[in-house]
Write a protein that binds this ligand. Structure first.
Ligand SMILES: Cc1cc2nc3c(=O)[nH]c(=O)nc-3n(C[C@H](O)[C@H](O)[C@H](O)COP(=O)(O)OP(=O)(O)OC[C@H]3O[C@@H](n4cnc5c(N)ncnc54)[C@H](O)[C@@H]3O)c2cc1C
Length: 283
């Protein structure tokens, strides 16, 4: 189908984009890489009167260091995030998860900020952002504010972004030297996650010193497997202790059922995939 008619604006700075959004009111939509928004427009599930394309705003692209954090521009494509040496060194979990997103074409167009703002519970970048305690920097008419990932994902396809705000960058603390792995379960290559597990661990002298585990598609929002994290700390990095900790993975989750899987199978998957993700991260 062809989208309903809309006005198109392509500002070249964040300030211009924020002004354009404020001028357009609630009928406007921000365009990132368009990989989720364009299908929505074509199916006429949304019919904005104005589309504000962030594609010409150079300051929204790229990865830089800022002390103990990496700062990733919202318009940085999945392809550029995945191959960035800073991300690979200091946030290996994010690089690993990004590598599993869709196919190369979509990774060249889709953006980190767009994926987080879209907040699809099956999206692969939400759980890593949550597990790594990322912070979202939002720009609106009143200036900028920072929202922790734990407060950013509010509900199904719903974030803390107000209608007049733009996600400008994501701050990710450095996890230099941590082991990381993203274990994704889907039926066919390049499909969305039925369930996936994001794990980052720091092993010292064969023992888990720190652990962060996030779950994809086990609730309306990404969630931390805190019971698993607590059970791992102080335990030897062996298959037996990882399996015992991973048995807690479904605690506090509320997965839905759909054509791919019922809720019970998702709970089972969470324990199996957590075991695999943590073991791979530890090795
Ligand atoms: C066939 C297919 C398969 C896919 N498979 C996967 C997969 O396996 N795993 C996965 O994680 N994802 C998958 N995706 C989604 C892909 O990762 C998208 O790139 C992503 O969801 C949206 O990013 P985008 O930059 O294209 O955003 P857009 O489509 O441009 O925007 C998405 C939404 O976010 C808003 N938005 C975008 N940028 C901003 C911003 N900076 N500030 C505020 N709001 C903003 C838009 O207004 C819109 O509501 C798939 C997509 C397709 C089409």
């Amino acid at each position: 189908m062809i989208p309903a008619a809309f006005d198109y604006v392509a500002p070249s700075t964040v300030d211009e984009a924020v002004r354009a959004l404020a001028d357009a009111g609630e009928d406007a939509k921000v365009l990132g890489g368009g990989q989720s928004l364009l299908p929505v427009l074509r199916m006429r599930l949304a019919a904005p009167t104005v589309v504000i394309d962030l594609g010409k705003i150079a300051e929204l692209r790229g990865v830089r260091e800022d002390g103990d954090a990496l700062v990733i521009g919202a318009m940085t494509t999945h392809y550029d995030v995945q191959r960035d040496p800073l991300v690979q060194t200091h946030a290996a979990l994010l690089a690993a998860a990004t590598d599993t997103v869709a196919d190369p074409q979509i990774r060249h167009r889709g953006t980190f900020g767009g994926a987080l703002a879209h907040a699809d519970p099956a999206g692969d970048l939400l759980a890593p952002a949550l597990a790594l305690d990322a912070e979202m920097v939002l720009a609106g008419p009143a200036g900028r504010r920072t929202v922790a990932a734990a407060d950013f994902f509010v509900d199904l396809f719903t974030t803390a972004l107000a209608a007049d705000e733009i996600l400008v960058e994501v701050r990710v603390p450095k996890y230099t030297g941590w082991g990381a792995h993203y274990e994704k379960f889907n039926r066919v290559a390049q499909a969305w996650s039925i369930v996936a597990v994001a794990a980052a661990v720091r092993v010292v002298d064969g023992t888990f010193a720190q652990a962060r585990v996030g779950l994809t598609n086990m609730a309306a929002t990404p969630i931390r497997a805190t019971a698993v994290e607590q059970a791992l700390i102080g335990q030897p990095a062996t298959a037996d202790s990882v399996r015992a900790a991973a048995a807690h993975a479904a605690e506090g989750t509320s997965p839905s059922g759909d054509a791919n899987s019922d809720a019970e199978f998702r709970r089972h998957l969470a324990t199996v995939l957590t075991s695999r993700a943590v073991l791979a991260a530890a090795s």
